[in-house]
Design a protein around this ligand. Structure first.
Ligand code: SF4
Ligand code: SF4
Length: 489
């Protein structure tokens, strides 16, 4: 008898047609586990939360006219500062590029090893993990909790509950507090918050985020992943049979039975699986999943059941890896006596990786090549042109000149494309440079002015000549251009 016929795949859940449509919530108190994946999760938790809580305090010298906060969303002045990068409102496409990159990285992670994001990096996972650790620290592991329900006095239980909720609220409050620090100078805002002089919006946002963090991570926990988050549904369409997922290797684990029973079977020369049905994998699971029933939507792929099972396997003297990152296809191949296959490099992963390189490359190149000045132009709509008393034609435009440097700069303005063009600029002219009007634009500022272009040349009927406005730094020589049209009758 080969393994394929000997091993029963899984226990099929029994369905009751008369059962209520929605299952009542079963509160989950996962046990603490130790092992590789737990250590990875602790490390990522410390790194991600450390970055989130401390990053606003990191300083970055940008000179006297710009804020010295490394990461700052300056809504009042329409700027986003990220270390040496300063994004202006008209460069919002960089944010679009970042979102596209993030989506592609998520797709790639998913194609390589399933829901890596969900299990290790998603804010809901990270904060829930932290809240559960606080819960275990104050109230003990699930076994202790059950004991306390029977033995501890009401006062002790009330004290512990109050301590737990207070700690949760403190973490939630600091989470909301850290969020607003990304929108203002962090040390100043911290002082204002403590002295009651911060803007009302800051208090409002801290209140909202304190509440949502406390509810989502403290109370709703796995329900957010199972019922509210769309990603499990989407990722199912993005995966394939080669993606690694946390998998119960039923080819090795079944037929399962108690330790004593399986040992007795083995001693009698009868095949027995490695699973001793201790359910430690279920007890460790933060979403209450029994991974032995196969991949499920509620499984966030955190790997904690692997650690729990490996601990058990070490104790009973069996090889670890009964639950591991593997593929269902490989389990089935092994049952058929075939070698497992690993294919990390395949069309899907190469496509995602290629797109990441292309999008990332374009972003880096445009960031490196972008000028520290810019100009945009809007043609007057009404009227499109006017005929002057001397018979010449005039078109009017609004120019906006951008100076992204932290020093004031003077720009000479010119226009090309219209024969015999005369350029007049209304507002802020300081001088002329080779006959071109010059305006001064303050550090890290924009300047708006009117440009009037006239010509006495004879133009064809319904003329629409392409024109180019240019602004040139009088000192540095850097030039930016903006195209438009010169209209005629
Ligand atoms: S089944 Fe395992 S991997 Fe999935 S959520 Fe539970 S502990 Fe994490
Ligand atoms: S922890 Fe391992 S041995 Fe115990 S029930 Fe889960 S799979 Fe079986």
């Amino acid at each position: 008898m080969n393994m394929a016929t000997k091993v029963e795949r899984l226990e099929e859940p029994e369905y009751d047609d008369d059962a209520p449509l929605y299952e009542a919530r079963r509160k989950i108190y996962p046990i603490a586990v130790h092992g590789t994946f737990r250590r990875i999760k602790w490390a990522l938790l410390i790194i991600t939360l450390g970055i989130y809580y401390l990053l606003p305090f990191l300083r970055w010298d940008r000179g006297p006219n710009a804020p010295s906060q490394a990461v700052l969303v300056d809504l009042a002045n329409g700027r986003f500062y990220f270390f040496f990068i300063e994004i202006w409102p008209q460069e919002i496409y960089y944010v679009t590029g970042l979102l596209i990159l993030a989506a592609l990285v998520l797709f790639l992670m998913n194609a390589v090893a399933g829901r890596l994001w969900c299990g290790y990096l998603c804010p809901q996972t990270v904060w829930t993990d932290l809240f559960q650790a606080i819960e275990r620290m104050v109230e003990g592991d699930p076994r202790e909790r059950r004991e306390k329900l029977k033995t501890a006095s009401r006062t002790q239980r009330a004290f512990e509950a109050a301590a737990k909720h207070s700690l949760w609220l403190m973490v939630a409050w600091w989470t909301g507090g850290a969020w607003v620090l990304y929108f203002a100078d962090a040390p100043t805002l911290v002082w204002q918050l403590f002295t009651g002089t911060a803007p009302l919006m800051a208090y409002l946002w801290i209140g909202i985020l304190t509440f949502t963090t406390y509810v989502l991570a403290g109370h709703m926990r796995e329900q957010v992943c199972t019922y509210m988050c769309p990603w499990p549904r989407i990722q199912a369409a993005l995966t394939d049979e080669y993606a690694f997922n946390v998998t119960y290797r039923y080819d090795r684990g079944e037929p399962r039975g108690s330790f004593k029973k399986t040992e007795a079977l083995r001693a009698a020369g009868v095949a027995a699986g490695d699973c001793i049905d201790c359910k430690q994998c279920v007890a460790a699971c933060p979403t209450g999943v029994d991974i032995r029933l196969g991949s499920q939507l509620a499984c966030i792929q955190c790997g904690l059941c692997i650690d729990a099972c490996d601990t058990v396997m070490n104790k009973v003297g069996r090889p670890t890896g009964l639950i591991a990152y593997d593929t269902e296809m490989n389990v089935e191949r092994r049952m058929k006596g075939l070698a497992p296959v690993t294919r990390v490099l395949r069309a899907r992963t190469l496509l995602y990786a290629g797109l990441i390189v292309i999008v990332g490359g374009i972003m880096v190149a445009t960031l490196a090549m972008r000028g520290s000045e810019g100009v945009s132009v809007i043609h007057d709509r009404n009227p499109l042109f006017v005929r002057l008393s001397d018979g010449s034609l005039r078109n009017a435009y609004t120019l906006r000149i951008v100076n992204k440097q932290s020093l004031p700069r003077r720009f000479a303005i010119a226009v090309e494309g219209v024969p015999e063009a005369r350029l007049e600029v209304v507002g802020g002219i300081s001088e002329t440079e080779n006959g071109h009007p010059v305006v001064e634009v303050g550090p890290d500022q924009t300047y708006e002015l009117r440009a009037l272009v006239s010509t006495s040349a004879k133009l064809p009927a319904n003329a629409s000549l392409p024109v180019t406005f240019s602004v040139t730094d009088v000192v540095g020589g850097e030039t930016s251009t903006a195209p438009d049209h010169f209209k005629g009758p």
